[in-house]
Write a protein that binds this ligand. Structure first.
Ligand SMILES: NC(=O)c1ccc[n+]([C@@H]2O[C@H](COP(=O)([O-])OP(=O)(O)OC[C@H]3O[C@@H](n4cnc5c(N)ncnc54)[C@H](OP(=O)(O)O)[C@@H]3O)[C@@H](O)[C@H]2O)c1
Length: 325
């Protein structure tokens, strides 16, 4: 059954942290995969999952940086976290990582796709794909499809999107920005793709193996994600002042608060039997009117089942991977 895109009143909110939503949840014996699990929200998610008893696999573009960031969790091997190599912008790297993982024969209980690049200058990867769509969507598409045999019955897949999805739907006539690249439109399209991916994956998963999928906006949090933004742009947005101080009038979340919604999506019993919906502030979001400015909710085009199916077919053609063919 499809899940209504309406709030459920979880009792958690914008100020809840990843540890708050995990209180009373024992993840001992559960295996999680967290892309980007060594920076920003992914790092806080990994730490919280490990504290709750999970074993977390962190596929990293920079494994040494990942080991260093995760060092406070203890010695590799017995700390509950392991690092492997993965570049989401390189399909051969995705194939190599998944082959290594599948050889280990372990089932995945939770998968959180947190890695992304935001508003980068025009960059092409692989066969000439735009970096944001390729990294944020196509890389995760290939990753999850290749890992499908390991996704245990009842597993959850969480696609970390953004309120930025409201900057653009899927540009069906110029997906790879052959014309007029604009970094925020490209981010918006990629983040819409993250939501549509969860909608279609959930449609496949709920009718086959009971795997459910969610997408979400984590909130606004200053992390290394802003690395491609010049200071003047962040000042112009009103995020910081000329000296780099945070604007106290903007409700930025802490990284742990920013990690809460993805952690809740992956683990909360409140979401049992649900899926295919977009979340924010640890609850299901409402659908926002198309003409509404950036105040919350999900655009209807991002949760449209027809567009989700169309994007799935196109992504399978582009990546050559489809677990449901
Ligand atoms: N922070 C916010 O305010 C905010 C708001 C809305 C949505 N989000 C979403 O939240 C998620 C996490 O963002 P964050 O703030 O935690 O950002 P972050 O600190 O920059 O973390 C992003 C992670 O993605 C990894 N990554 C980038 N390109 C990769 C590639 N080609 N292959 C593998 N990994 C790659 C990065 O690895 P390297 O460090 O090695 O590059 C990093 O570990 C993203 O999906 C973002 O769109 C964040």
């Amino acid at each position: 059954m499809t899940t209504p895109q309406h709030k459920i009143g979880s009792g958690f909110g914008a100020e809840s942290t990843a540890d708050d939503v995990l209180r009373g949840i024992d993840l001992s014996g559960r295996l999680a995969v967290v892309t980007g699990g060594y920076s920003g929200l992914g790092l806080e998610t990994t730490r919280a999952l490990v504290r709750a008893g999970a074993h977390v696999v962190v596929p990293a573009r920079r494994p040494d940086a990942a080991r260093s960031a995760l060092g406070d969790l203890g010695d590799p091997g017995d700390s509950g976290v392991e690092v492997d190599e993965l570049d989401l912008g390189d399909l051969a790297s995705v194939e190599a990582f998944t082959a290594r993982f599948l050889r280990s024969g372990r089932p995945i209980d939770l998968m959180i796709d947190s890695a992304a690049v935001m508003a980068c200058p025009e960059t092409r990867v692989g066969p000439g794909w735009k970096a944001q769509f390729a990294t944020n969507h196509l890389g995760h598409f290939a990753l999850v499809n290749r890992l499908w045999p390991a996704l245990a019955s009842g597993a959850r897949v969480v696609s970390v999107s953004s309120a930025g999805h409201r900057r653009s739907g899927i540009r069906w006539d110029d997906l790879m920005f052959e014309h007029d690249y604009e970094k925020w439109t490209a981010y918006g399209q990629a983040k819409t793709a993250n939501v549509l991916f969860a909608v279609q994956l959930d449609a496949f998963g709920r009718s086959s193996s009971g795997v459910r999928a969610f997408a979400l906006h984590p909130g606004g949090i200053l992390t290394p994600l802003q690395r491609h933004l010049p200071r003047e742009e962040m000042v112009a947005f009103g995020w910081i002042d000329e000296q780099g101080n945070l604007n106290p009038d903007i409700d930025f979340k802490t990284p742990s608060q920013g990690a809460a919604t993805q952690t809740w999506a992956a683990t909360s019993p409140q979401l049992d039997g649900m899926g295919g919906v977009y979340l924010e502030d640890c609850d299901i979001a409402e659908v926002a009117p198309d003409d509404q400015k950036f105040t919350g909710g999900v655009r209807s085009y991002a949760v449209d089942p027809e567009q989700a199916a169309r994007l799935w077919t196109l992504s399978a053609e582009l990546t050559g991977v489809n677990a449901f063919a």
